[in-house]
Every structure is written in C-alpha cells, then in structure tokens.
Design a protein around this ligand. Structure first.
Ligand SMILES: C[S@@+](CC[C@H](N)C(=O)[O-])C[C@H]1O[C@@H](n2cnc3c(N)ncnc32)[C@H](O)[C@@H]1O
Length: 346
C-alpha cells in the first residue's frame, strides 16, 4: 500500500502534537475500561467483596472463571475501586461509597443503564449505513445472551437518574439556582425526585411536586421517604402527552426532559408556561451543545442516539413559548449539561 503524502513527509523525531494524538488514539481503546467495570459490576464482585477475598474465593462465590476474575480485579484496583494486599482484594472507601446498594451515592443503577446502552451503541456503524436502531427484541436477546443479571424496565433507568443526580447533578443545580422566597417547585418528568429533594434540603420554605408517570414515581416514593421529606414533597402522576401540568407553582423544573428536536419541546414548554404563576421561574437542565455545535463531547455523543439542542436553539425555544430573560446560568463541561433559566412575565 502506498503511504499517504502526510506520512511520507512526517518527521518522526518531533513530538509536536503527540500528546493530543496519543489521547485520541487511546480513546479508541477506552471501551476496555468501561467493559471491565460493567462486567465487574454485573458479576456482583463489589457486593461480594464486602468481606475481602482472594480471586479464587471470589470466583467460587460468584461462579466465574478464576483466572479472568483475577485480571478484572487487578483492573478494578487500577481504577481505585479495590485494594490488594498479598492475594486478597477488598473494597476501597470510594467503592464502599458508590458501588454498594445501601450507599446514598450508589451508581449501580447508572452502570446497569450503561450496560443496557452498550448494545444500542454497538449498532452505530449499521445506523450510519441506514440501518435501524436497536429494537427492544434485539436488546432482550442480547441481554439473555450475555447472561445479564440486572433488572430491566423503567426502574433501573430511574435509579440511573438518581445515581447521576446524587453524584454531582443535584449539587451543581442547587449551587447555581437560588430559590430563596419561592414556595412551590413543580418538577416535571422528575423521575426519582432527587432534584426536588436537593432543592427542599437547601431551601427550607420550599415545597415540591414530582410530576411523572406512575412507575418512576414508585422510585421517587422511596427516595423522598429516605430523605424524610414526605411532608414537603408530593408525587403527582401525569402524562405530558395528554395532561396539563400541576398549576400554581412559582418554579417549574424541566431537567433532562426536552432532548433535542424529537422531544416535543414546544408542547412541553407551552404546558410549563400555562402552569406557572406569573413571575414564576422556569429552570431547564439539558445536555447542551455549544451554539457552533462543535461540542462539548458528552452533549455531542448524547445527540447521536437521543438528541440535544444547542444553547441558542434552547434559548430561542424558551423565548418562543412566552418566557422572558432566558439565559444560560451555568454549564458543567464534564457531564455536558447546562442550566438555562427564564421567567414568566408578571
Ligand atoms: C431523563 S429522565 C429525567 C429525570 C429527572 N428529571 C432527572 O433529571 O434526573 C426523563 C423523565 O421523563 C419522564 N417522562 C417521559 N415521558 C413522559 C411523559 N409522557 N409524561 C410524563 N413524564 C414522562 C420519564 O419517566 C423520566 O422520569
């Protein structure tokens, strides 16, 4: 094969641009890290290591291959989730904090969701050639083939949302949005209700309604009970395809519910406008592309499978629904989300 011109003329003795090139080349391999972490979680290694074990003891307990188990455990040490002393593996403080279901910051639901999405993303090359997205049937087949033990259905999705919110999302939100003097927050598509909990904890005068379909509200019920906020947070079943939102709130939160052009955003924003009191505050949190649509990376990849607006598109949509003063309040480039606020005129 004839080498390309650029390779023929490239001076291999310089290091110009090498760090970036290494990073991009390394990205092609990063899936190995995700796959190892998801496999360790799926095999139940973290829960089984509540009491320290050797790889052989763990493989006997979890019915896994001892040699591969050891290699995956070494990788989990490299991620800072396990300690190894002689041949015995134990959980680090970080793993106790995020990998055990009893922990408030448990991310297992988010990992289950990543596992589920793995198969959807595997067909991206086919999609590029015009093939269809993964169907539910394909997904279930692959789950069965992979021997996956994780729960299916909407519950794990809602738990994934909770895991994401308790590990940065909720803190980011309450740090940037001031609800002093506000009385009733209506959290549309509120899922596990974690954002409502965080707001109520930060602003003691505030009450909230978590508005969502019945199944996610079952998770929200547990979350609200866990934080002992039953007297301040009410759960309201609703379907935005058919129902109006709870009226009379002075704040409406739309967190991760208007993902790009296919999400029916104009209808949801119009319902939010009707439901909000005059002078009320609209908060929208979304994966947001920059206005040039060149990044950031998390929003750019979210856009591939689900959809994402750019900052200016979202601000235009919110303004078209009648809100005033729409502006980007804060962005978190690590997770690719932005918070936009606006007001309903008095
Ligand atoms: C991506 S989750 C966001 C959850 C939460 N707001 C957060 O940011 O963590 C989207 C939520 O919208 C809800 N949802 C989807 N379709 C809905 C509909 N037609 N009516 C009401 N809620 C819906 C889902 O049940 C889910 O809880």
């Amino acid at each position: 094969m004839k080498p390309s011109n650029s390779i023929e003329t490239m001076n291999l003795s310089t290091t110009d641009g090498i760090d970036t090139a290494k990073l991009i080349a390394e990205l092609g391999w990063q899936f190995r890290v995700s796959r190892s972490l998801l496999a360790a979680h799926q095999a139940g290694f973290f829960e089984a290591l509540r009491s320290p074990k050797t790889a052989v003891q763990l493989s006997l307990a979890q019915s896994t291959d001892a040699e591969v188990t050891e290699k995956v455990l070494i990788a989990m040490c490299a991620l800072g989730l396990l300690d190894r002393r002689d041949d015995t593996y134990s959980l680090t403080d970080l793993a106790r904090d995020i990998m055990l279901p009893e922990s408030v910051r448990y991310i297992g639901g988010a990992l289950d969701f990543s596992e589920y999405m793995w198969w959807e993303w595997s067909v991206l090359p086919d999609m590029l050639r015009g093939g269809k997205k993964y169907t539910e049937r394909h997904r279930l087949m692959k789950q069965l083939q992979s021997g996956a033990s994780y729960v299916s259905g909407p519950e794990y999705f809602t738990l994934a949302m909770h895991g994401k919110a308790v590990n940065g999302g909720a803190q980011f939100m309450v740090e940037h949005v001031d609800l002093c003097g506000r009385h009733l927050l209506v959290d549309i598509g509120g899922g596990p209700g974690t954002y409502s909990v965080a707001f109520c904890q930060r602003f003691p005068q505030l009450k909230a309604v978590v508005w969502d379909q019945p199944q996610p509200l079952e998770v929200a019920r547990q979350v609200v009970k866990h934080y002992e906020l039953n007297d301040r947070i009410r759960l309201q079943p609703g379907d935005w395809e058919n129902d109006e939102f709870t009226h009379g709130g002075d704040v409406i939160l739309l967190s991760n519910v208007i993902h790009g052009p296919r999400s029916n955003a104009p209808t949801i924003l119009a319902k939010a406008f009707r439901a909000l009191r005059p002078g009320g505050l609209l908060i929208v949190q979304e994966f947001l592309l920059n206005s040039q649509k060149t990044g950031p990376i998390p929003a750019a990849v979210f856009n591939i499978m689900v959809g994402a607006f750019s900052e200016s598109e979202l601000i235009d949509l919110i303004s078209s629904a009648g809100f005033t003063g729409a502006r980007l309040l804060a962005t978190d480039p690590i997770v690719g989300s932005g918070i936009v606020t606006a007001s309903k005129p008095l």
